[in-house]
Ligand binder design. Structure first.
Ligand code: NAP
Length: 256
């Protein structure tokens, strides 16, 4: 892969899980990474691992003004942005009969509208006429197929896949590619919360819940955050110039 050295990336949801793995993988390639998330302490702990390259920028992707301000400050401090990774997300679950309008709105707001806002402010933060840029969304296999009890999350992630397809075509002649990665169940705090929700229903042990989720993948195992990060790195590298509007499933074969 040709060097990404010296580029400036913004990663949302960067403090934990998949976002942290992506931020660290980019930093290892010499990229200066702005870390967006709501918890300052979590971002600062990650940044301490590589203070030259990892820069905390607390912001909430559901709050337009806060996200706009984070991009503006990142641009002033580290120059134009050329890589944007919209990774922040959350997965609340409930049977459809208990999916109230509040949970529906919350899932769309953080997972879909949050991605739209991140791409919008990210594009504005890119250098005009630079002729090179990368927008990457962390969607999900739930953006490509349905799962029970997560209708709002699935709807939002399907929306992200649609957004990436449309924007990829719209920007096709600009040198800016727009793609998604679609992880299957991945070992992160989000997965831990999902397992705890299942166990709390009282029908499965922790081990049984984990086995049930892992069986979604033909490989019968969870994905590691670093495996998702390596797919994102490839989409950011110059070898992927002709790839846009795609949703790359990193799921052990759960979707195609
Ligand atoms: N783990 C899986 O099985 C799996 C599978 C497929 C897709 N995904 C997707 O992968 C992405 C990352 O999730 P993860 O599994 O790595 O879980 P995670 O560790 O919980 O990461 C989510 C991150 O998003 C941040 N975040 C949440 N709401 C935010 C908001 N409103 N504004 C800014 N940041 C926000 C959180 O930090 P703060 O709370 O500090 O803001 C957290 O660092 C999500 O989009 C998720 O849907 C996960």
């Amino acid at each position: 892969m040709a060097s990404l050295e010296g580029r400036h990336a913004v990663v949302t949801g960067a403090g934990t899980g998949i976002g942290a793995a992506i931020a660290e993988a980019l930093a290892d390639e010499g990229v200066r990474v702005t870390l967006v998330g709501r918890r300052r302490d979590v971002l600062e702990r990650l940044a301490a691992r590589s203070p030259e390259r990892l820069h905390p920028a607390p912001a909430d992707v559901t709050d337009d003004a806060s996200l706009r301000a984070a991009f503006a400050r990142a641009g002033r401090e580290r120059g134009p942005v050329s890589i944007v990774v919209a990774n922040a997300g959350a997965a609340a679950s409930a049977p459809f009969s208990r999916l109230d309008p509040g949970m529906w709105a919350e899932m769309l707001e953080v997972n879909l509208t949050g991605c739209y806002r991140t791409f919008r402010h990210g594009l504005a933060a890119m250098e005009r006429g630079a002729g090179w840029g990368r927008l990457v969304a962390v969607a999900s296999t739930a953006g490509l197929k349905g799962y029970p009890y997560v209708a709002a999350y699935c709807a939002a992630k399907h929306g992200v896949v649609g957004l990436v397809r449309a924007l990829g075509v719209e920007l096709a002649r600009t040198g800016i590619t727009v793609n998604a990665v679609c992880p299957g169940f991945t070992e992160t705090p989000l997965l831990e919360r999902s397992v705890r929700t299942i166990v709390a229903q009282g029908t499965m042990s922790d081990e049984e819940a984990r086995a049930a989720l892992a069986s979604d993948s033909p490989m019968g195992r969870f994905i590691e955050p670093g495996e998702v990060a390596r797919a994102v790195l490839w989409l950011c590298g110059p070898g992927s110039d002709a790839v846009t509007g795609q949703s790359v499933s990193v799921s052990g074969g759960a979707t195609w």
